[in-house]
Design a protein around this ligand. Sequence first.
Ligand code: DX5
Ligand code: ZN
Length: 216
Amino acid sequence: MNHLIAPSILASDFGNLSKECQMVNESKADWFHIDVMDGVFVPNISFGFPVIKSIKSLAKKKLDVHLMIVNPEKYIQKFKSVGADILTVHFEACNHLHRTICEIKENDMKAGVAINPHTSINSLENVIGDIDLVCLMSVNPGFGGQKFIKNTFNKVRELNKIRNDKNCSFLIEIDGGVNLQNSKELVSLGADVLVAGSFVFKSENPIETIKKLKQY
Ligand code: DX5
Ligand code: ZN
């Protein structure tokens, strides 16, 4: 499978959201990555349902919604109703992760689980067969534009081995600090989805930048 690119809307110009969405539609990007932050799980607040609904009305590609919020299980149906196609919750934010994964799938979305840089891959051992996507955070969640944490390379390698050994089909997504310096290695180690915020939206030619990230 060719790897997917998911530009993170967090780094876009919110004053020109429709133009930014159009750019993603016209580009070789595969998904829209949408970061929801609550100021509790992470020290930052981004945006919520009305903004996602607007993006959905403009987007011609899937919405990959990344919840950096506590108690995400409270809002599963609501995120479905505003257009989420993939819904990712944090391992660190869920007391009943297995139930939450099941509920996301019962609501006809793909279920993703994200883990912070300090969380080991082994933490997912008992749910790994139930997950559609594992998001490896390659920065501490909360902000765009941070530096890529190199230990992520080891985690991708480890997760890819588990996927092969257990014959699982989940996607491996990398989120944070992705650029052309690390994208090639990430893909060669087994990453399937690269999220890129600042590197795309702050570049001179975002369409061209997406194309380059897609080339490896
Ligand atoms: C970080 C978010 C990321 C962020 C990525 O908490 O989950 O999706 O938008 O942005 P960059 O690519 O700028 O690190
Ligand atoms: Zn994200």
